[in-house]
Design a protein around this ligand. Structure first.
Ligand code: GLA
Length: 524
């Protein structure tokens, strides 16, 4: 009996110990060292994976938030059950002489607890607190898949599309991850009712975050925001419009959704079967897998370009590779591209639009019918710039013969936004049937004078003021082509929609801050 009692006391202690260990975080024993996959749910039922390598020594945490090409170091503590760590973004390299320094990345703070082998984490995102659950994974699970064989390089035939720069709407700039079936239908309705379609805008393009995963046969599936892509395409077509979609050559899109890696032919067939007319193909995680050089990028894009052509459906092919490996010099066309991004992402701010827009003039000579430089989509009407700045945006993109892909909410446009996006006189510049590149006439004191000849012998001259105050600008008649240097010329202001006088040998105007005077000069 004594013996039993003794035994049962120790059993009880053991049981109690186990109970305590089981229900309470056992601070002393737990070591978080290892690889973790933190899954953050998106509102559409999908998840975003973030991988960490954590090293724990005592109560101190260090390691890496795994990002390619370089991870971001983390530092923090695991104390009395509470996890706290922050990313330590690298110091940006010193800017080249004369350039402004790049802002340092914002550190991200993670707080949470350890429960049942999982890390329950919280972080402050742009749209509020984001919660994620991290589970331990193997190192291999955090690595990108091995590259797949790429096709031998060849020049794909011209698909005959986009003889003038594509015009349409895309969901990303306004909606990002919040785009859904209803928004796309609403945009198709508004494209017609607002007059945008009459003005020439045709494509309704769904950007990232429509994807879910793959079914048992490997077919790409849509998440709950897009219950029936074929029905949606039919709806858009019923309005006399065309529809575009988005994917990536990598396993994940830039927003962390399913990409076309290893399913290029299958996805092209799916897109064609849905009735898709335009594909934006965004490099994203393709860069984690493949080499970042012109032949490799060409092969990646050729793979999908060929798959699209083999569907025999006319599908505009929009390369999104942020201007890497001088895509405009040839490989964009060879891989079947109708347009290619020449820069990083635009944002709805003067400095972003200005920097992108004016940097494009030097590569304008590489565009040609069917194969356009794409300095990213329009921000007109999104609220971050003044009307003068948006007129500069529209004027520059039109002079560059850039794709005119609106990025605002077409259902709620102000009259001013409409007057900018639907200015038929600037659209006619963008859509000129015989492409001749814009050239810089002069660039002094932050005043840019640009000129582009049109097919009918007229020229467009843009006087742009990049200063923060109104500035006088001018050009001499002698810069004009021979047919326009005589006195018998007609000068039209394409924003005021009226004829103006070019008297004497110099044209002078006061241009508003960040604004433009856009003139069409033709012979009378
Ligand atoms: C990249 C592209 C953007 C947009 C997002 C979507 O950043 O450059 O235009 O498509 O991905 O995730």
């Amino acid at each position: 009996m004594r013996h039993f009692f003794r035994a049962s006391t120790s059993t009880l202690a053991l049981l109690l110990g186990c109970f305590l260990v089981g229900t309470q975080p056992s601070f002393a024993q737990t070591n978080l060292s290892g690889y973790w996959d933190a899954r953050t749910p998106n509102p559409d039922g999908t998840f975003r994976d973030t991988y960490f390598e954590i090293q724990q020594s005592g109560e101190t945490l260090s390691g890496t938030l795994i990002r390619r090409p370089n991870g971001i170091p983390i530092t923090g503590t695991f104390k009395e059950g509470a996890i706290h760590f922050v990313t330590v973004p690298p110091t940006p390299p010193p800017p080249p002489a004369g350039a402004t320094a790049r802002p340092a990345q914002r550190p991200i703070t993670f707080d949470g607890t350890y429960e049942d082998g999982k890390l329950l984490l919280q972080t402050q995102g742009r749209n509020g607190v984001m919660k994620s659950v991290a589970e331990k994974v193997t190192k291999e699970a955090t690595l990108p898949p091995a590259p797949l064989p790429l096709p031998e390089l060849k020049d794909l035939p011209d698909n005959g599309l986009a003889r003038t720069p594509p015009m349409g709407w895309n969901s990303w700039n306004k909606f990002a991850g919040r785009v859904d079936d209803a928004a796309v239908r609403g945009m198709a309705d508004a494209m017609v009712s607002s007059g945008m379609s009459k003005a020439g805008y045709v494509y309704i393009n769904i950007d990232d975050t429509w994807e879910l995963g793959r079914d048992a046969n490997g077919n790409i599936t849509t998440n709950k925001k897009f219950p029936d892509m074929k029905a949606l395409a039919d709806y858009v077509h019923s309005k006399g419009l065309k529809i575009g979609i988005y994917s990536s050559p990598g396993p994940k899109t830039c927003a962390g959704y399913e990409g076309s890696f290893g399913h290029e032919v299958q996805d092209a067939k799916t897109f064609a079967a849905w009735g898709i007319d335009y594909l934006k193909y965004d490099l994203c995680s393709g860069l984690d897998i493949y080499k970042d050089d012109a032949p490799t990028l060409q092969a990646i894009y050729q793979k999908m370009g060929q798959a699209l052509q083999e569907t025999n459906r006319p599908i505009i092919y929009s390369l999104c590779e942020y201007g890497r490996a001088s895509v405009w010099t040839g490989w964009g066309t060879k891989s079947g591209g109708n347009l290619w991004r020449t820069t990083g992402d635009i944002s709805d701010r003067w400095d972003s639009m200005e920097k992108i827009g004016f940097s494009q003039i030097k590569i304008a000579e590489y565009a040609k019918p069917g194969h356009w430089n794409d300095p990213d989509m329009l921000e007109i009407g999104n609220g971050g710039m003044t009307a003068d700045e948006y007129r500069t945006h529209m004027s520059l993109w039109s002079l560059l013969a850039a794709p005119l892909i609106a990025g605002n909410d077409l259902r709620t446009m102000t009259d001013e936004t409409k007057s900018i996006l639907m200015n038929s006189e600037t659209i006619a510049v963008d859509q000129d049937p015989e492409y001749k590149p814009v050239v810089s006439v002069s660039s002094e004191n932050k005043v840019e004078v640009l000129m582009r000849p049109l097919h009918d012998g007229s020229v467009i001259v843009g006087l742009f003021n990049r200063n923060d105050a109104p500035t006088d600008a001018q050009f001499a008649r002698s810069i004009l082509p021979a047919n326009l240097t005589g006195k018998k010329t007609k000068v039209r202001d394409l924003w005021k929609h009226e004829d103006v006088k070019l008297e004497g040998d110099t044209f002078k105007a006061t241009v508003p801050s960040h604004g433009v005077v856009l003139l069409k000069i033709s012979s009378r």
